[in-house]
Write a protein that binds this ligand. Structure first.
Ligand SMILES: [Zn+2]
Ligand SMILES: [Zn+2]
Length: 431
């Protein structure tokens, strides 16, 4: 039911095709003679002086109020925020984690954040200049229509763009120096990133992607792996060696190094640097994991190198590829050798767990993984090697951990037993 007309604000611009919520919010404010910050304080009395990044932090309450006062559907408004990409670009958003491909915009506390990109040429063509939500995705670095790098900061004063802080009406302006964004032009990109962008946008919209020998995975899994690799190429210890390995195989990536400073925090990279790094990471994602493994081995990366400095759990398709290919050198274990090692352990009174076999043989192999005994019943719960089944909900994982804990088993042992029972398999592992 539509609210009665009296509830409407006088200025009610329609949300435009692909427009971001913050862009629309700023236009609604302007249409009612307000600055975005003033409108925000009317809606959230006692809120911060400057609104946070509303593309990410608009809650149902705020969207509902905006819907009531403008007549725009709350669902359409929600689609103009990052909520549109839940389960696609990221698994979920608790408001605290760093989203791999959606860096913050404006200022977070005192830190300048360059998450708002824009194409000044698009703005110049718009009847009403507005920001596209897709410009927030940091793997998008070039406007496909104008073939120019997006701007992620004001070329006049280097401040990040922040539409919610701007005072001027009727366009997109630098909030700091007041420059009209339409007066700028993005540079030509050092490589053509559009095919990679299109592929990633396609991944995002279909929600999954084929990942080499791992088959189809969720789009957020593929994008997470892409982010991890991008970080390795951007600023890891082996960054330059990896870039060189790639450039030797893909001449389009053989670029003067000034295009690519080495930076640890991907969010600080310019669109110019990202256009190259994302393309390189995308190249390593192809034929997963063989190309990535070949590059990692060539430059001498160990599993430690490819795992550190990344927070949170690793997607299985990444952890597994790293585990089996990059840790210590693989030892050539035949079935007989592993069985002999198990026998040695038994005689010493140990169960032949994977860890014990690994310690004994000074390395590891897939055969060992297959032949190892399950971790002992007394093993600490929830500390198995893997508990990273992509797509299994957090509630189920947590419930399984607790159930395993209650029965005094590790999750792996508990799950093994449960699945065997469900499938009418013998109740202990048979080798
Ligand atoms: Zn454009
Ligand atoms: Zn400026």
């Amino acid at each position: 039911m539509l609210p009665i007309a009296n509830d409407f604000w006088p200025g009610r611009p329609a949300l435009l095709e692909g427009e971001s919520f913050s862009s629309w919010f700023a236009r609604v404010a302007a249409a009612n003679g307000l600055r975005p910050a003033e409108l925000y304080r009317i809606l959230q009395p006692g809120g911060d002086r400057n609104p946070r990044d509303l593309d990410r932090y608009s809650d149902i309450h705020l969207l509902g109020m905006m819907s009531e006062r403008t007549g725009m559907s709350a669902a359409a408004l929600e689609q103009s925020t990052f909520a549109r990409w839940v389960g696609m670009a990221f698994e979920r958003d608790d408001g605290l984690v760093k989203l791999d491909w959606l860096p913050p915009a404006g200022r977070e506390k005192a830190k300048r954040c360059f998450g708002q990109q824009l194409c000044p040429l698009c703005l110049a063509e718009d009847a009403v200049p507005y920001l596209r939500l897709e410009w927030r995705l940091s793997f998008i670095t070039v406007c496909p229509k104008h073939q120019r790098l997006l701007l992620d900061r004001c070329p006049a004063c280097n401040e990040p763009f922040s539409v919610l802080r701007q005072d001027r009406h009727g366009g997109i302006f630098c909030w700091s120096c007041g420059a009209d964004a339409r007066g700028f032009v993005g540079d030509a990109p050092p490589v053509d990133p559009v095919p990679v962008q299109d592929d990633l946008l396609n991944t995002l919209s279909q929600g999954w992607r084929g990942l080499g020998s791992y088959g189809p995975v969720y789009s957020f899994t593929a994008l997470r792996i892409l982010a991890i690799i991008t970080r390795l190429i951007a600023g890891g210890r082996h960054a330059y060696a990896l870039r060189e390995w790639i450039a030797n195989r893909e001449p389009r990536f053989a670029l003067p190094p000034e295009n690519l400073p080495r930076v640890r925090d991907g969010a600080l990279l310019t669109s110019r640097a990202r256009s190259v790094l994302v393309g390189m990471a995308h190249y390593l994602l192809e034929d997963w994991p063989h190309r990535f493994v070949a590059a990692s081995q060539y430059v001498g990366m160990s599993s430690r190198d490819v795992r550190k400095r990344v927070d949170g759990a690793y997607p299985f398709a990444y952890a597994d590829a790293v585990e089996w290919n990059l840790t210590e050198p693989l030892i050539g274990s035949t079935r007989d050798e592993v069985l002999a090692a198990k026998e040695v352990l038994r005689k010493r009174g140990h169960s032949a767990t994977y860890q014990k076999l690994k310690d004994l043989r000074g390395g590891k192999s897939r055969t060992m993984g297959e032949l190892a005994d399950p971790a002992s019943e007394g093993a600490a719960w929830g500390q198995g090697r893997y508990w990273k089944l992509d797509g299994v909900s957090a509630e189920v994982k947590e419930a399984a951990r607790l159930a395993a804990h209650r029965s005094g088993e590790s999750v792996a042992v508990w799950l093994d037993r449960l699945v065997r029972k469900e499938l009418n398999m013998p109740s202990t592992r048979v080798f």
